[in-house]
Design a protein around this ligand. Sequence first.
Ligand code: SIN
Length: 330
Amino acid sequence: MLSKITTLVATAALSTMLVTGSALAAPVTIKFSHVVAENTPKGQMANKFKDLVAERLAGKVQVEVFPNSQLFGDNKVLEAMLLGDVQMAAPALSKFSRYTKKLQIFDLPFLFKDMTVAEKFQSSDKGHELLASLQKKGLVGLGYLHNGMKQLSSSKPLKVPADAKGLKFRIMSSDVLAAQFKAVGATPLKKPFSEVFTLLQTKAIDGQENTWSNIYSKKFFEVQPYITESNHGVLDYMVVTSKEFWMSLDKDLQAEVKKALDEAIIFGNGIAAKKALDDRQKIIDSKRSKLIELSDAERSQWVEAMKPVWEEFEKEIGKDMVDAAYKSNM
Ligand code: SIN
């Protein structure tokens, strides 16, 4: 008798929920995967996004952040996104070449004088055009995120390009970066970020290029006796999602998620420059790695050796793009 009543009550409740549509829907989960430490511009931006969503969209959307390549490395994350295994990521712009050749522009050595120039270009029409360049591949570019300018770390002092000759450098998966190191007679090796520390520690490679915050947070400075302040390139990100996931969100919800993301990006971009300065200083103070500052004449030698790479990739990227980016320096 009791079980009959229970069944009747449950059936009534179910039909009420079906009629009123009041069944509690599970919140949409956004898994955000990245490869860097939490105490970096990207790590902090992702956590801020999670907090904003928790504050404003509780019960509707939840963000789970997976730092330090815990879920996917950058070389796998976009594939996983297209399969629906992860909903957001912010790979370095150097890691999109399987999807578009256009973003290679950000790897051209010495194209952007500093981060304000990169920012100016990203906010221009051409920058927006690049943000949309992944659409055909099923990915939606939601915004650019800064890290900073790249420096060269090495097992030997690098003052002029000839010092890099014969050395092995880890690079991100970019043909432009490979050409950049070949241009100075070095050997580039494309390896995931998660392997860099061990490769340096075991001396399987001699050096790598990265930003102050990545060199500090991943402790590369502890296993690299020299860092040349070359500022030779930009390391920035694109926050991306899959078209399928993005379009599956109800329009209002999509707008609210985008608003929280935009605010988190502004927050991340706001701390990037200071983070670079602070982490640079912490590395200097540690005395584990010697900072090499270049004279104008030495720097010019690097520019002269690496700049021919622009011409090599101009066709794939588009001359109009390269010209527009170059003009952002003025
Ligand atoms: C990152 O900043 O996301 C990783 C950069 C790298 O692979 O060197």
